[in-house]
Design a protein around this ligand. Structure first.
Ligand SMILES: *Cc1c(COP(=O)(O)O)cnc(C)c1O
Length: 365
């Protein structure tokens, strides 16, 4: 029996990304900045951005300028915010490509102003505030002076001010409220002095859906746009659906005698005569070398046995006697969600889908 076609692929439902984007807009009543960093969480950055754009999103966000430039080369016309660090030497290119950048310290802000002035353009900036994340961001008490001095520079436009919530994804109300209070206090002080930038934003998917007071002027949503729940034990509201299904083929089937080792290190030994299948997925595809993997074959959840190899893994098929070489094996799908896989791997769904390797073919449906 021979197997034709793709051996390991993801099917991506761009209609799901579009309708999830529309739903986010409806639920939040705010413009949605669709976050497409990290190859759109494994979904394909350009395709996902186009789907969001067609669904009416006016904004998208990436982590690094390289990602933004790929979007511009693909003629994505949305407003793009770079959320992470950008080197001052990249400022002329950022201006030429109409990118918005994040800034989170004074010396970088000054270097940006110098570059923008020299290039004769105007740079749009969003100032990031650390209200409790402990990552990027200037502290609220330092922000006022910085904004004042940046507003004096005609080569800079202070378009936005934002913060990021450390515990919205756990539904941790006290933590979210404490961060929002610090942000609100800063916004109030800025407003009183006429210094508040036009766009304030704080909400990731979890906050956008479950903490209405975090919505401000727009929300920054990644995971929910891909149809996955940002809070693990809280299903998304009706209407959201996952965009991604991950599949591989069964490429070999054999009967092993009792006491036969399976895969590197012989971590598994057959108890009796066992039907064993070889599936074309391995850790080079992003299928992790974890001990408790399962996949779905002909509607049955079957255990992966022995160590996962780079390009293959083995499954125990005693429960699926009619399995055939060439069968589709579902790694992430309706029966086994990204959340199920994440809990088997001791991680979060973000990590699972972002880990989908480049060589896994993306098929858009
Ligand atoms: C990645 C990211 C988001 C999106 O988070 P989700 O939980 O996927 O919605 C929002 N804001 C910032 C700053 C981010 O880095």
């Amino acid at each position: 029996m021979t197997v034709n076609g793709h051996l390991n692929w993801v099917e991506i439902d761009l209609g799901a990304i579009g309708s999830n984007t529309k739903n986010l807009h409806l639920v939040t009543g705010r413009p949605v900045m669709v976050v497409v960093k990290g190859n759109a969480y494994g979904h394909g950055m350009v395709e996902a951005a186009r789907a969001a754009e067609q669904a009416g999103a006016e904004w998208c966000a990436v982590a690094r300028m390289e990602e933004a430039l790929v979007l511009r080369q693909a003629r994505v016309n949305m407003r793009i915010l770079v959320l992470g660090y950008t080197a001052p030497s990249d400022i002329p290119q950022a201006i030429a490509n109409d990118l918005r950048l994040s800034v989170f310290d004074r010396s970088t802000a000054e270097a940006y102003a110098e570059q923008a002035r020299a290039s004769g353009g105007k740079l749009r900036l969003h100032l990031k505030i650390d209200t409790g994340m402990g990552r990027l961001g200037i502290f609220p008490e330092e922000a006022i002076e910085l904004i004042r001095s940046m507003m004096d520079q005609s080569c800079l436009e202070m378009e936005g001010i934002f913060t990021h919530l450390a515990r919205a994804g756990e539904g941790h109300t006290e933590s979210v409220q404490a961060q929002l209070q610090r942000f609100d206090a800063l916004l109030a002080t800025l407003s009183a002095s006429g210094l508040r930038p036009p766009l304030a934003h704080a909400a990731n998917s979890a906050a956008a859906l479950y903490f209405p007071q975090a919505r401000y002027d727009l929300t920054r949503c990644g995971i929910a746009a891909y149809g996955l729940p940002p809070i693990p034990d809280k299903p998304l509201p009706a209407g959201f659906r996952p965009a991604l299904t991950w599949k591989a083929r069964l490429i070999s089937l054999k009967t092993l005698p009792a006491g036969h080792g399976v895969s590197f290190g012989h971590r598994y030994t057959t108890q009796g005569v066992e039907r064993v299948g070889v599936v074309a997925t391995g850790y080079a595809d992003g299928f992790r070398r974890s001990a408790n993997n399962r996949v779905v074959l002909r509607g049955k959840c079957v255990p992966v046995i022995g160590a996962v190899c780079m390009d293959q893994c083995m499954v125990q098929l005693d429960e699926v006697p009619d399995a055939q070489v060439g069968d589709e094996v579902v790694i992430i799908g309706a029966t086994l969600s990204a959340l199920d896989v994440a809990s088997a791997w001791g991680t979060i769904p973000y990590d699972v889908i972002c880990g989908l390797a480049h060589r896994v073919t993306r098929i858009y449906v």
